[in-house]
Design a protein around this ligand. Sequence first.
Ligand code: HAM
Length: 420
Amino acid sequence: MKNKIKSVKGTYDLLPSEIYKWQEVENKLRSIFSLYNFLEIRTPIFEKSKLFSRSVGEFTDIVNKEMYSFLDKGKESLTLRPELTASVVRSYIEHNFQQISSIHKIWYYGPLFRQEKPQAGRYRQFYQFGSEIFGSAYPESDVELIDLAYTIYTKLGLKNWTLYINTLGKKENRNKYIEILKESLFPYKDKMCANCKNRFDKNILRLFDCKNSNCKKIMNEYAPLIIDHLSNDEKDYFEEVKSLLDQLNINYEIDPTMVRGLDYYTNMIFEIRSENLGSQDALCGGGRYNNLVEDLGGKFTPAVGFAAGMERLMIAMEKENLFKNESEELDIYIAIMNKNVRNKAMQIVKEIRNNGHSVDMDLQRRSVKAMMREANKKRAKYSIVIGENELQSGEVNIKTMESGKAKTVKIDKINDFLSV
Ligand code: HAM
């Protein structure tokens, strides 16, 4: 036997026996996005590497450590997309969306790639669904988006999760706060873990995310919070977001230490975290990013968006037993008795399929008994055996698999029978 080739670390196969659960969720997502009048976009799996360094940020973990980048034959650096906001913004600018309409509500779904350390709920290829609103600088759009995410988890029946919000203020003000943070934490820098020491100069906000107990203690005691350093405008904006959320009965908690791992955010940020997921608990995350379109070469366009991990959602739904234990049923299984009837029987199968009913049949020329076992296994609603007698009389017995009862039906009336 030759050596087997295994899948790549951090990737997984979505098997036929499981995929119905994904399809069920995907269909619900599509219908919720339409309720909110978001339109779908699909962008390429790979982009120029500089798109991500200029948007997500050169000093973020995603760009610094996790991108799958390669040189193509023209020696251009390309990257398997690690997130979708940058791609959507690139497309928005490239196709002059702004000229078509002053507001765009867009959603997406697809695979992403990050070379992170694999663990439960964290993969190297994973799926996200998400959405972005371009063209509104008002809190209504923040809340429309949060409400959309909130509605998705509610409609999917998920119970154990909480919405957290925070604000990072505008870039200029945040830079002032970052200087204050550096000053306050500098005396404790030597006591921090190697990772925090590294991040101190280039990405100090991420110190809030460190899980090391010593670093956590230092942050709790000495780190000033951005929420206490907001301008009046920024405070008012955040208050308006909160008041609209209250109006819609959307429950939230304020997490003043939430910073998110991507550089492009301005003002409101949010995450929904599951209580069932262990350390990788973020079901989704997002926020406002008013400068990104301009930073990537477009005209100033305020924007807000979020993205959500599919795998984490599926794990959380499994834990809450939200899936039925079965895949879709098959309408009818047709057992073809022998080679004398095969041609005619295959015509009948085709005819039934053409009429919109799902049909399966034996492809291994097995015994009728084996075929009937297969019909059961495939959860067929009905079964028919076609042999010489049936073709001669022009009639078949349609057996209801659950009850075992059979009804004689003319071959040209099988479709009518199945349509009732
Ligand atoms: P993010 O927080 O990097 O944000 O990812 C959003 C969600 O994707 C996470 O909350 C998590 O559910 C899922 N996720 C991230 N990494 C992995 C992984 N390695 N394995 C499994 N799931 C993962 C963004 O990507 C931003 N583009 C969100 C956004 C949209 N902000 C504005 N618009």
